[in-house]
Design a protein around this ligand. Structure first.
Ligand code: NIG
Ligand code: FE
Length: 443
């Protein structure tokens, strides 16, 4: 790295350290809408519609934790504004920070050519089968240094933060060997301690079959369960374990074997389920008591019913369906069956190269039959539930972490209406202002 670049990088990191360590005291008052999304667990079915909005609302954050929520007039009687940073949110809506509960944001290289191939009609899975797709990102990620991954990862987190994301889930899965899988997870750990955005880590070693294991998929699963997963568990490098359960990748039987071992090792479970072919990953998620089942483009009625019964979060990723030109998951039906739906970007270099929350909102509301209120729930409290954090984040409730966003408009309804453009003006993380569009903080 050139000296100048290194200096800029160190400055950036030292700024971030400062932000991450502080736990702030802040009062946000006069919000035209305080959209609390109040709750401490996943919201199922019709409960997703109630955002618990307080008109002319205020929120008090002390030492990074929310200590009071209510109407401004009532609340300010109880608090002396001296000692607090105060933000006047007159004419603006205030919401919990968004939770992007499914991403693959740490990777080397890009797959810009692949996008053009797909534009000219080539199929995502066919590209993968001939050594492109995920395999191409595996080669680039194996070749990338930790510093390079931290630098690109940090820039991506900056961008997510500007969209109002305060917690992100990140998966490994571009190593497929112990060295690189662990490198990816360690990089996410470092980014978590350096960057204002919090990171929840997922081990996705079974993301594709590497070249040296082609035709020996069961041996690869053995390698995962007997070699890498125990290392990841012993060093607490990931909280969740995920698998790409898909026709031509890992079968139901292989996925089941891997996830049962993961559970024994103490991981919580996620599954890339029924994304491209209706294989039955949704039912498997229910059978194993996963925290979430993700994608669900081809989930069966029975699978959806089982998710609802077992209280498993259905994580829908409309950006991926859009980018792959596939039909969207049956969002309306899934909510009507009583499921708790979360929405996420699936940010990755192949099937969905976007961290744009406004894009997710507009696709969901225009094409999946999901209302704006349900979409807000899906990106806040239900996103938190998808990473098992609904008791700590995802709503503006007393006792929760002080992660709050302020829009430049008076209503949350502007989010999808302003098509593809971010309405987020300010982001408060742990009670600190970490992004401000007007004053160019954090950008
Ligand atoms: O969620 N389906 C598998 N994994 C990602 C895509 C990863 C990639 O193409 O690099 C997904 O779509
Ligand atoms: Fe994914």
């Amino acid at each position: 790295m050139k000296l100048e670049l290194l200096f800029t990088f160190c400055m950036r990191i030292s700024n971030l350290i400062k932000v991450k360590q502080m736990k702030g005291n802040i009062i946000i008052k006069n919000a035209s809408q305080l959209v609390t999304c109040s709750g401490f667990g996943a919201k199922h079915g019709s409960a997703m519609s109630d955002l618990h909005v307080i008109d002319d609302g205020a929120v008090v954050i002390e030492n990074g934790i929310i200590t009071a929520v209510g109407r401004t007039e009532k609340l300010l009687d109880r608090f002396n504004e001296a000692g607090f940073e105060t933000i006047d949110a007159t004419g603006k809506a205030v919401l919990p920070g968004f939770i992007d509960s499914h991403t693959h944001f740490v990777f080397g290289g890009y797959r810009v050519e692949e996008f053009s191939w797909r534009l000219s009609g080539e199929d995502y899975m066919e590209i993968m089968k001939r050594g492109g797709g995920i395999a191409a990102t595996v080669r680039a990620t194996r070749g990338a240094s930790r510093e390079e991954l931290i630098e690109s990862g940090s820039k991506r987190l900056d961008s997510m933060l500007s969209f109002g994301v305060t917690t992100v889930e990140g998966k490994s899965g571009y190593g497929l060997d112990d060295e690189t899988e662990i490198k990816q997870l360690e990089v996410m750990g470092e980014l978590d301690s350096l960057h204002p955005v919090d990171i929840v880590r997922t081990f996705l070693g079974a993301h594709a079959v590497p070249e040296d294991f082609q035709g020996r998929e069961d041996k690869f699963i053995d390698y995962m369960t007997d070699d890498i997963m125990p290392q990841v568990a012993n060093r607490s490098l990931a909280e969740f374990c995920d698998v790409f359960c898909e026709k031509g990748v890992f079968s139901i039987e292989q996925s089941r074997r891997l996830l049962i071992k993961a559970k024994e090792l103490g991981f919580k479970l996620k599954i890339h389920a029924d994304e491209i072919f209706p294989l039955g990953g949704t039912e498997l998620a229910a059978e194993l008591g996963a925290v979430s089942a993700d994608h669900l483009l081809h989930a069966s009625d029975r699978g959806i019913n089982e998710l609802s019964k077992e209280g498993i979060v259905a994580t829908l990723l409309p950006g991926t369906a859009f980018s792959l030109k596939e039909s969207y998951a049956r969002g309306r039906y899934i909510i009507d069956q009583g499921c708790a739906v979360a929405l996420a970007t699936d940010f990755n270099p192949g099937s969905c190269f976007t961290e744009s929350i406004p894009l997710i909102f507009v696709l969901t509301t225009l094409y999946m039959g999901i209302t704006i209120e349900e979409a807000v729930t899906a990106l806040t409290i239900n996103g938190a539930a998808a990473i098992d954090r609904a008791d700590k984040i995802g709503s503006i409730d007393v006792g929760k972490t002080g992660d709050v966003i302020i829009l430049e408009f008076p209503s949350y309804k502007f989010i999808p209406y302003h098509i593809g453009v971010s309405c987020v003006e300010k982001v408060i993380k742990n009670g600190n202002l970490v992004f401000d569009k007007e004053n160019k903080i954090g950008s």
